[in-house]
Design a protein around this ligand. Structure first.
Ligand code: SF4
Length: 393
């Protein structure tokens, strides 16, 4: 355990979001810093058994912390590396254990890697109740996919989207990355146009960031991998804004775009810094103003769940001020920004008075805007979001 801090007296709202982490991948992508394991499929039965138990234990032991669940998200790793019947059974377990909102209100997402699903799997997942699917496409150029270490082709990704449509998914997200090594502005334009031609409801478009302790970081250090010049990345981002707007999408978060009514409600809950429960090895829960992180060791996770012992490898209590600042930082990721009266109601703190001169300076520098009772990043602030957040953290 680390990072113990004084427990605050802010009131907690009940939890309506559930995240279930599936930590297995076919192979490890060289840019990935998420917690996921390749070559550990033999641990799947142990994992499935333990997480099924964790679902029931969490519902039984912490039921009072939940209102009706409005969002469930199976993420990873690669959830679809598990057999579709297993995923259906785990979703059934969740729906049986927790109180849930009505079908109309309930968003149930799953992340899918095109290399790991076929039309039968997708039909089974849809029948099981998943009503939103996020397909990890990353690129429509096979050369880029090979560089990214992705185990699928562009044709596989197109087929997955078509199969998902036929299976009845009417809420589909495509994940793509730009700013890839060797990528030209025209390559990104091609990727984006291909994505838009498939008419998804949602797009998550992330700039590649080279994370420490990844093979990509090592290759950049050695000089064998070169990211595109900053001007090219800016041009990609500018072009993105134009093309997605023309196609009827609205940007609602730094990297996320949706058609009207298709914003990801699970992620909005997260960006609004509302409580959520995370299940599975390495998953984080945010309840009662505390962040709990489960052990990443699958065998230890299973052993502790079976024995009814705590699984947290980290537990961090946040004070009211820490939670307030966290809420400001995360909320500024949303294009709508953060509501000043909302922050006052939730924390009893006025952000304008709290940040004082720092806020004035960010507004004068044209990075932040203060209008309609909201604080939001300006167009320039969106480009320099990390710098702005560092001032407010
Ligand atoms: S598939 Fe996703 S989670 Fe798995 S290694 Fe690649 S980027 Fe990471």
């Amino acid at each position: 355990m680390a990072g113990h801090r004084r427990k605050s007296s802010i009131s907690c709202s009940p939890c309506s979001a559930l995240y279930l982490h599936v930590p297995f991948c076919l192979q490890k992508c060289p840019y990935c810093s998420f917690f996921s394991l390749a070559g550990k499929n033999h641990l799947q039965p142990l994992y499935v058994n333990a997480i099924s138990m964790q679902i029931r234990q969490t519902a039984a032991n912490h039921g009072e912390k939940f209102c009706r669940l409005k969002t469930i998200f199976f993420g990873g790793g690669t959830p679809t590396l598990l057999p579709a019947e297993t995923l259906a059974r785990l979703l059934d377990d969740c729906l049986a254990a927790f109180p849930v909102a009505s079908d109309r209100e309930l968003e149930i997402s799953i992340e899918a890697n095109p290399a790991t699903v076929d039309k039968n799997d997708l039909a089974m997942l849809r029948r099981a109740g998943f009503n939103r699917i996020s397909i990890g496409v990353q690129s429509f150029i096979d050369r880029e996919l090979a560089l990214l270490g992705r185990p699928h082709t562009a044709a596989d990704a197109r087929q997955t989207l078509k199969d998902a449509r036929r299976a009845g998914f009417t809420n589909i997200n495509l994940d793509l990355m730009y700013g890839l090594p060797g990528q030209k502005v025209a390559d990104w334009q091609h990727n984006l146009e291909q994505a838009l031609a498939l008419a998804p409801e949602h797009l998550s478009l992330y700039e590649l960031t080279v994370e420490e302790n990844t093979p990509f970081a090592e290759q950049v250090r050695r000089g064998s991998l070169r990211l595109p010049p900053e001007d090219d990345v800016l041009a990609m981002l500018e072009m993105t804004q134009i093309l997605v707007r023309q196609a009827g999408f609205r940007r609602y978060e730094i990297s996320n775009y949706a058609r009207s009514g298709f914003q990801c409600r699970h992620n909005i809950n997260y960006w609004q810094n509302r409580p959520y429960i995370g299940l599975g090895p390495g998953a984080v829960s945010c309840i009662d103003n505390t962040h709990y992180t489960a052990t990443k060791d699958i065998e230890q996770f299973a052993e502790h769940i079976t024995a009814g012992k705590p699984i947290w490898e980290d537990e961090e209590h946040l004070t009211k001020e820490e939670r307030f600042r966290e809420t400001v930082i995360m909320g500024l990721r949303m294009i709508a920004g953060v509501s000043i009266p909302g922050l006052r109601r939730r924390f009893g703190i006025d952000p304008v008075a709290y940040y004082g001169a720092t806020l004035d300076r960010l507004i004068e520098q044209g990075l932040l805007r203060h209008d309609n009772d909201h604080l939001r990043l300006s167009k320039r602030g969106l480009l320099l979001a990390d710098t702005v957040m560092a001032e407010l953290v």
